[in-house]
Design a protein around this ligand. Structure first.
Ligand SMILES: Cc1cc2nc3c(=O)[nH]c(=O)nc-3n(C[C@H](O)[C@H](O)[C@H](O)COP(=O)(O)O)c2cc1C
Length: 503
């Protein structure tokens, strides 16, 4: 397996999984419905522990929940708060039954193709009424199942090279089951692991912030040690990110060894297709030792580019949406169709501002640039722009009517052209790989997903619509040239007035 510093792996994977007009027409991939993966991970040999269904509704205004400068009094991590956090991050929020049969249980956070490959675990240390241990959260029956007894925080702290993990009340661990996504998206599904976990982390960090749990995201950790702790087989499932939550207490005493665990689970499907390219990029972006994690975190990110002298100013972002976070998430749903009605400049400015505020983390944010095509925003000339987050202003790249082009760039999906504005996330991928190795590729996809997820929250808080979108990679870069020189396309989020209100 290649090492993290051998960045040819990430570059080759990215190039091999770009979408082109030819690749989508000739892929020949069809969906095999009889092996569609089951959407929930269910442990069959462990008792289910029901979570309380009456929990804190998280009424804090959505925009304040996205504001890192809002300081909330932190309280204990109660079971009630943990249930609220798990529900708003990954819970089942609505059910849709289709006329020809079949149903989809939609979740709090958007996910590519509604496939929901992101799994959630909790390392509990100090939660009243919950014995210390490692738990898996099942959104299907809203339960926890205990995979390990005893306090695993010291082992997790060592794997994350972060002593605070042993003292914080709990740590949420997100993983992904590859096959649940590759069933439809093949090897490109690896990118989705990070877009979708980023979208979920937008909810998790906002909800934890709103509950006064002071979340902190960790992207650096010794992959093999965390996977071993979770008892997962890294050929099929891998830990992606950790989030420390709750008050700091005294550290639990370290345990000597982490025994191997293997619990029985309901199989995802009767057969699976292996995508070696996915396993290769995941394996080539791991960190091997706590010392590697410490060194990796000290990497110097690519220098920020200087904004041009002429910028189009934006109105100040709203600081209150008038809708609590819990209510926003409960009613969120991706827009399936946009009217051509315009957004206001304040709505666009509010989305851009709040979706790009930093999240407390072990690595810096601002690694991804936000470009946009404005089709219909009152007071903003239609055209192609780049958003400068520190200046909170737009750089005009090219004025013009680009609905047709935007739909084309978004893999010929009408949503991209019907949107009032489409946000295109681009990153200096080679520079990120030079700084962070192959794991820099994880960072780019993750930050784009996080911004997209926060754009969803802002849009739904203000009663307009949003949807994540996929795209023709090279065409996007070409479209934004020359401003996009040295950048690669990472992800897209469309904003607009939904033809139907969200659920
Ligand atoms: C990262 C990401 C990419 C997505 N890409 C597309 C897309 O290309 N086309 C589309 O119609 N919807 C896309 N979606 C929306 C999903 O299909 C949608 O989230 C999923 O069906 C669940 O529905 P919900 O968001 O309404 O809960 C994307 C969502 C995410 C989070």
């Amino acid at each position: 397996m290649a090492a993290n510093h051998d960045v040819r792996v990430a570059r080759a994977f990215h190039d091999a999984t770009t979408h082109t007009a030819a690749s989508v027409r000739t892929s020949g991939h069809t969906l095999e419905w009889d092996i569609k993966p089951f959407p929930f991970k269910v442990y069959t040999d462990l008792p289910a522990i029901p979570l309380p269904r009456q929990f804190d509704p998280v009424e804090l205004d959505t925009l304040r929940a996205l504001d890192p400068d809002v300081r909330l009094e932190s309280g204990p991590l109660t079971l009630d708060r943990l249930a609220a956090l798990l529900y708003l991050g990954a819970g089942v929020t609505r059910k849709k039954t289709y006329p020809r049969g079949g149903e989809v249980l939609f979740r709090a956070a958007a996910s590519t193709g509604a496939l929901y490959q992101t799994e959630v675990y909790v390392a509990v240390g100090n939660v009243p009424d919950v014995p210390p241990g490692l738990y898996h959260f099942c959104p299907g029956d809203f339960t926890l199942r205990r995979l390990r007894e005893g306090d695993v925080r010291p082992a997790l702290a060592e794997a994350a090279a972060e002593p605070d993990v042993a003292r914080r009340a709990a740590t949420i661990i997100l993983s992904a089951l590859f096959w649940r996504n590759t069933w439809k998206y093949q090897a490109r599904g690896w990118r989705h692991l990070y877009w979708d976990s980023g979208t979920m982390l937008a909810n998790v960090t906002a909800a934890a912030h709103g509950l006064g749990l002071a979340p902190r995201l960790l992207v650096g950790f010794v992959d093999a040690d965390v996977n071993r702790l979770l008892g997962i087989d890294a050929e099929h499932e891998a830990a992606l990110e950790l989030v420390e939550i709750g008050p700091v207490g005294s550290a639990a005493p370290a345990r000597d060894t982490v025994d191997e665990i293997r619990h029985d689970v309901v199989p995802l499907s009767s057969a699976q297709v292996d995508y070696p390219a996915l396993r290769e990029i995941q394996g080539a972006s791991v960190l091997a030792t706590p010392a590697d994690v410490v060194a990796w975190r000290k990497a110097v990110p690519p220098a920020r580019r200087r904004s041009p002298s002429t910028l189009v100013s934006l109105p100040a972002a709203l600081t209150d949406a008038g809708r609590g976070l819990g209510d926003t998430i409960q009613h969120r749903g991706s827009s399936r169709r946009f009217t051509h009605a315009s957004l206001t400049a304040v709505e666009l400015a509010t989305t851009l501002w709040w979706s790009t505020r930093p999240v407390a983390a072990d690595v810096p944010s601002g690694l991804v640039d936000v470009f946009l095509i404005v089709n219909a925003v009152d007071g903003v000339l239609s055209g192609a722009y780049r958003y400068w987050r520190q200046e909170h202003a737009l750089e005009l790249i090219r004025a013009g009517e680009f609905r047709r082009e935007s739909a084309y760039l978004c893999l010929e999906q009408p949503l991209g052209g019907d949107a009032a504005a489409a946000l295109y996330f681009l990153a200096p991928l080679d520079a990120l790989l030079a700084a962070y190795g192959n794991r820099g590729y994880r960072l780019a996809n993750l930050e784009a997903g996080l911004i997209g997820g926060r754009a969803y929250l802002t849009a739904y808080a203000r009663h307009f619509g949003a949807s994540g979108l996929t795209f023709y990679d090279r065409e996007v870069v070409k479209f934004f040239a020359p401003a996009s020189a040295g950048l690669d396309a990472i992800f897209v989020t469309a904003l607009g007035r939904a033809a139907r209100p969200s659920w």
